[in-house]
Design a protein around this ligand. Structure first.
Ligand code: GLY
Length: 364
């Protein structure tokens, strides 16, 4: 039995969540895209061997021709040359405006498949089929698509909402423990910024000694994923184009992105977000806005799910990197601070104020 969470946006769609639903891809595509005759399935060298055949067979059984585009796994592939390969293949195979892309995999496949769809023939539909926890709870929902530039991640892109998001929780059974843990960074983020009941559920799971086995605990895992998807759907419904509320999803990201880039992307995104959440929370305690007990609860939860809540980056390096961030507007940036679990604030800071704030969180 699959659950559906509706996303209200410029084009509405459902996120369909269930165990074993990859085999239903074809019928879902047929329902949401009745005119499609061709689908380009975009995936990477890690995910394609696991799920490409199942998805392709399901699409073909629905009477739609399926084509494969498999790129080398990793953030380094997230560049215009890879997307150009998708455009070329679709052009060669005669794709029209009623055809579509299916992005099968983690955040890189979703972002690039979505961007290829947003730009080919000035926009065709995309179906997101996330197979990592991080992609299921965050990147596959909300229509952010794009590629990296050598100078920074996600610098070129488009908002392009999917026609459907298909989340088969069985895919998480084959996910490496490291990839699962990094996804928990984004899961915990929702608890902190807007979802006290999710915090309570995550704490209960950890108190029962079940945090380490969450990836195999279908019931708890499904509840956690559904909570995150509902949270993201709420945010998108209220701020699709990232001009206000959606910024709260960046909790931990402003610092986290800099740590990620400085590691040359050897540190996973969700791990860096966890570090960023811990650093900003330490700074909020020292700035007197967050109670120390509340901060301890937050850092404790991060660590109980196997994630770090600090880093040895200097405040100067963290602040300088943030000044290149695309979310900076003029000389101010919007920093997300959580002073009470379940409630995020957007605080505008100049670069000097941001450096002074970070010095509190990164005091040696
Ligand atoms: N991943 C953050 C957002 O979708 O806005």
């Amino acid at each position: 039995m699959a659950d559906k969470i509706h996303v209200t946006a410029s084009e509405d769609y459902d996120v369909i969540i269930g165990s074993g639903i990859l085999k239903d891809t074809g019928s879902i595509v047929r329902d949401v895209l009745p005119k499609a005759t061709k689908i380009l399935i975009v995936s990477d060298t890690n995910v394609a061997p696991l799920y490409m055949d199942k998805v392709k067979t399901s699409i073909e059984e629905a009477g739609i021709s399926a084509f494969e585009f498999v790129f080398e796994a990793g953030e380094r592939s997230k560049k215009i040359e890879t997307v150009a390969g998708m455009w070329d293949l679709m052009a060669k195979e005669g794709f029209t405006r009623t055809d579509a892309v299916a992005a099968l995999g983690g955040g890189v496949a979703g972002d690039m498949g979505g961007f290829a769809a947003a730009t080919f023939l000035r926009g065709i539909k995309v179906i997101q089929i996330p197979t990592s926890l991080l992609a299921m709870v965050d990147s596959s929902i909300g229509g952010k698509t794009g590629i990296d530039l050598p100078v920074a991640k996600n610098q070129v892109g488009a908002f392009h909402q999917p026609a459907a998001v298909i989340e088969d929780t069985d895919c998480l059974k084959t996910l490496s423990p490291d990839l699962f843990t990094e996804g928990m960074g984004e899961v915990i983020k929702y608890a902190f910024i807007m979802d006290l009941p999710l915090y309570d559920l995550l704490k209960k799971i950890a108190d029962e000694g079940k945090a380490e086995e969450l990836s195999a605990d279908t019931d708890n895992l499904t509840s956690v994923i559904k909570a995150c998807v509902a949270d993201k759907a709420y945010v998108i419904a209220n701020d699709e184009f990232d001009t206000g509320l959606r910024q709260i999803l960046n909790f931990g990201h402003t610092v986290g992105h800099v740590i990620e880039a400085r590691s040359d992307f050897s540190l996973a995104h969700g791990v860096c977000v966890a570090k960023g959440m811990g650093i900003v929370t330490d700074a909020a305690v020292k700035a007197g806005t967050c109670d120390i007990d509340e901060a301890s609860k937050m850092k404790d939860l991060i660590e109980r799910y196997g994630l770090p809540s600090s880093d040895d980056i200097s405040a100067e390096d963290a602040a300088e990197g943030a000044m290149n961030d695309k979310k900076k507007r003029g000389d101010t940036l919007s920093l997300i601070v959580v002073n009470e679990i379940g409630k995020a604030s957007i605080v505008k800071m100049t670069s000097e104020e941001y450096l002074a704030f970070l010095k509190k969180g990164l005091a040696r």
